[in-house]
Design a protein around this ligand. Structure first.
Ligand SMILES: NC(=O)c1ccc[n+]([C@@H]2O[C@H](COP(=O)([O-])OP(=O)(O)OC[C@H]3O[C@@H](n4cnc5c(N)ncnc54)[C@H](O)[C@@H]3O)[C@@H](O)[C@H]2O)c1
Length: 354
């Protein structure tokens, strides 16, 4: 039996809810449907153990994390059995909440916990950062606390941490793994967009213009439209254009928040290309996904791969994991199957640099 993976989650929102539910859901070893990798280097999803939880919302702080997740938009789909009591502790608010979203997230009136000490006392090995987009100061704060507590750090937010040379150096010098930035979904508009355009290019179609715009109902969509629209648009658009090497105008991003969609996201894809004799091909596609679970599937792989990195004493930016699971990794790999192979080689210990 492999040892448990001791995980702290910072930000008990929809992505955290999906992850925590997934750990319970996949406890039944026969049920591995919906997973990219049921077994990763001998680790099952249920080998992940939540040992620490941090938030700042008055609805979540002080509650057991398994109850706190009920305060999100994502429905609770599993029946928790024999779970530990992991009370959510008060974090450092910094820029975690903005005026426009305060109606939905009211900060609790507690003094912040000493976060590095908390990670140490809970014997946390990996800190997973699931703060809202644009909370740059808060994300940096928790990354520094992870270093103080000698923990690996996974940044699922678009804040530049793994792609920041200073942070990469700090983690390297502290002999700790660093992974990020901006989590990639299991299957969403960005992947679909890239796949379709790639196929059209392979068939000789000249891409003229394209967009992928989405509206969502989760807290993160609301937060994005107020303060992270630009960076999200830049990362998502770059993720499509840089992977495909085309110069047609491509726009990808979040355009609005519609409360009744809850944690769902509707993405509209528009693609115009020209074929033989300049004949036009126009595509207008809609896809609906659910944010939390869509990220959860990649998170369980990234967390287990980070445990492998710890076992291998890998330090600094772990590019193979970041390129596999993130939209904005320090070194991107255009072809997803190459990223998959690189991760598999990393897990086997092939081509390690340190
Ligand atoms: N599919 C996905 O879920 C997906 C995909 C890509 C990226 N991401 C990224 O993951 C992150 C989390 O997404 P989400 O949908 O769970 O967001 P969410 O808004 O549902 O949850 C964020 C949580 O962070 C808490 N928080 C805010 N400030 C804090 C602070 N200073 N300290 C501690 N906690 C604080 C909030 O109270 C809330 O519980 C976002 O940055 C998002 O861009 C998610």
């Amino acid at each position: 039996m492999p040892e448990k993976i001791r995980l702290a989650i910072v930000g008990i929102g929809n992505a955290a809810s999906a992850l925590i539910q997934g750990i319970e859901y996949y406890k039944d070893r026969l049920n591995d449907r919906g997973l990219l990798r049921p077994n990763l280097a001998g680790y099952r999803v249920s080998d992940i153990e939540i040992v620490a939880a941090v938030d700042i919302s008055e609805k979540k702080v002080g509650k057991n994390v398994y109850e706190a997740i009920y305060e999100n938009e994502l429905d609770i789909l599993v029946d928790f059995q024999n779970t530990m009591n992991v009370p959510v502790v008060m974090g450092n608010i910094l820029d975690g909440v903005i005026v426009e979203t305060e109606k939905n997230i009211k900060p609790a009136h507690f003094l912040p916990e000493d976060i590095a000490e908390y990670f140490k006392s809970t014997k946390t090995e990996i800190v997973l950062c699931l703060l809202p987009s644009g909370a740059d100061n808060a994300v940096k704060f928790y990354a520094n606390e992870a270093i103080k507590a000698k923990c690996a750090f996974i940044n699922a937010t678009p804040t530049k941490i793994a792609t920041d040379e200073e942070f990469a150096k700090k983690f390297f010098n502290s002999e700790l793994p660093l992974i990020g930035d901006d989590l990639q979904d299991q299957f969403g508009a960005t992947i679909l967009h890239k796949m379709i355009i790639q196929q059209m290019l392979d068939r000789g179609i000249d891409i003229k213009e394209s967009y992928a715009l989405d509206v969502g109902g989760g807290a993160e969509s609301l937060n994005t439209i107020y303060r992270a629209r630009e960076i999200k648009r830049e990362i998502k658009s770059m993720s499509v254009t840089s992977a495909l090497n085309i110069d047609a105008p491509i726009v990808a991003g979040t355009s609005d928040w519609v409360e009744f969609l809850n944690n769902k996201r509707n993405s509209m894809l528009w693609i115009v290309g020209k074929g033989f004799l300049g004949s036009e091909i126009i595509m207008d596609i809609k896809i609906q996904t659910e944010d939390g679970p869509n990220g959860g599937s990649v998170l369980v792989d990234v967390i287990r791969a980070t445990k492998v990195a710890i076992n291998q004493s890998a330090k600094g930016s772990i590019d193979e994991i970041s390129a596999y699971g993130f939209k904005n990794p320090p070194i991107s790999v255009k072809n997803p199957s190459v990223a998959n192979n690189n991760l598999a080689n990393f897990i086997l210990g092939i081509n390690r640099r340190n």
